[in-house]
Write a protein that binds this ligand. Structure first.
Ligand code: LLP
Length: 419
């Protein structure tokens, strides 16, 4: 459930007409709904209210510090994958003891930064990383809390680019080898605290069975580790719960919660989750204006001022985002069109063969379900300044990231011979 809908014939973000935002701030522009973020967070967190747990919102989905802060104020921790995300999380007010750090390629300076801030744990993805974290902790006179990210070899049945828990993926360590690494670390890597087991199998998962399979495997590993005298306190199940973009019917967080709690019974761990999309995905829209319409080879094109640099998902994954006109169409008449951006590639489309009401230059559109992996995946391709970001809360809104300027585009660049 989200708070974007028509009131009369105008499209609103909570209590603010999107036309008002577009005329004040310009387009393209991301608009986030604070109430939707909070509602989604509470639905997810509430699903685990009966058991010890920590929800660490996954910053990669949407890392605007205002989005992070909205969730942190609700009690959320943060899942990070880089020094940059750690910086943002701290700026947004996250407590280091509620931050988990995942990712296959952490650099030494990033590891040192996270150790110095005292994060809850590193989710370690390779034997070499485990040793580097130990050395870095030792060099800085600290201990580092770690979990090993186990690759459970389950098929999350999602897009191949966002499926991470299969054996052939680059993520995590196979569970047999993970066991050996825990035993080795206990014996020799004295600056590590072996506090957790971690597992993340993919994203936009719309069935429960892959999560249950992954939990069974990690549960067995935790039991074996206990026998080895390694007392695991945290089981981090990652993120991945899917959302409705179009026709998908993913399980409600409450149902996911019940299954996960059942599987975790008797493990004696605090559960950690890293949801991103399920919190932020339907809490954001992208506003864009129609620049031109035209017909080529019998095909109708609607050219808008947002492009694949603003929203990469359709081009990259062929993903579907609903499109709404800011003014409700008067008739039910629709035409099949391709909605495309100004970028010089045929892959630059926001929607293909889509039935939409008649559109003309100047019309405002809302591209739905773009709160997760929208702005965070945007780029400056074709030297397009990145979009503004706006947060609505009730009847008010604020610009939470200004639109980039041409000057921003060349920041740090130099002519070759200038000093
Ligand atoms: N934890 C880890 C270790 C992850 O790699 C991810 C996502 C998450 C948590 C959050 O997953 P979520 O709850 O959002 O599914 N750009 C793609 C999605 C990439 C997901 C990468 N990892 C997209 O636009 O669909």
């Amino acid at each position: 459930m989200h708070f974007f809908d028509y009131r009369g014939n105008r499209f609103y973000a909570e209590g603010v007409a999107v036309e008002k935002i577009a005329s004040d701030v310009g387009t393209p522009c991301y608009v986030y709904s604070a109430k939707t973020l909070v509602r989604h967070y509470r639905a997810f967190d509430g699903a685990f209210s009966g058991v010890p747990h920590l929800v660490c919102y996954s910053a990669k989905a949407n890392s605007n510090i205002s989005v992070l802060n909205t969730l942190i104020k609700e009690g959320s921790g943060v899942d990070i994958v880089s020094g940059g995300e750690l910086y943002r999380a701290l700026k947004a007010g996250a407590e280091p003891k509620r931050i988990v750090y995942s990712g296959v390629g952490k650099r030494e300076e990033e590891i040192e930064y996270a150790i110095s801030k005292g994060i809850l744990m590193f989710n370690v993805e390779s034997p070499e990383e485990l040793r580097l974290i130990n050395r870095t902790a030792k060099r800085t006179g600290k201990r580092a809390p770690v979990a090993i990210r186990v690759n459970p070899d389950v098929d999350p049945k999602t897009h191949p680019y966002i499926s991470t828990g299969l054996r052939q993926n680059k993520f995590g360590i196979e569970s047999g080898q993970a066991l050996k690494e825990y035993v080795y670390a206990k014996r020799y890597l004295k600056n590590l605290d072996l506090v957790g087991v971690d597992c993340h199998i993919g994203s936009q998962i719309t069935q429960l069975s892959p999560f249950v399979d992954a939990m069974k495997k990690t549960g067995r590993l935790i039991a074996t580790l206990r026998n080895e005298g390694i007392d695991i306190r945290y089981l981090d199940m990652g993120g991945g719960l899917g959302i409705t973009y179009s026709e998908e019917a993913p399980p409600h967080p409450g149902k996911y919660g019940r299954e996960v709690i059942r599987e975790a019974e008797g493990l004696g761990v605090t559960l950690i989750f890293e949801p991103g999309r399920v919190i932020a995905g339907n809490a954001g829209i992208l506003l864009a204006r129609v620049l031109y319409t035209k017909e080529n080879g019998g095909k109708r094109f609607v050219i808008i001022d947002a492009a694949m640099n603003d929203l990469a998902r359709p081009s990259l994954y062929g993903s579907y985002h609903a499109i709404k006109a800011a003014r409700k169409p008067k008739t039910g008449e629709e035409f099949e069109v391709d909605v495309v951006g100004p970028i010089c590639e045929s892959g630059d489309f926001l929607a293909r063969s889509r039935e939409l009401p008649p559109l003309k230059s100047g019309d405002l559109l809302a591209i739905m379900s773009t709160g997760a992996y929208g702005f965070t995946m945007s780029s400056n391709y074709n030297s397009r300044p990145r979009a503004a970001e706006v947060m609505v809360d009730g009847d008010e809104y604020s610009v939470v990231r200004e639109r980039e300027t041409y000057r921003d585009l060349v920041r740090g660049e130099k002519l070759k011979y200038s000093t």
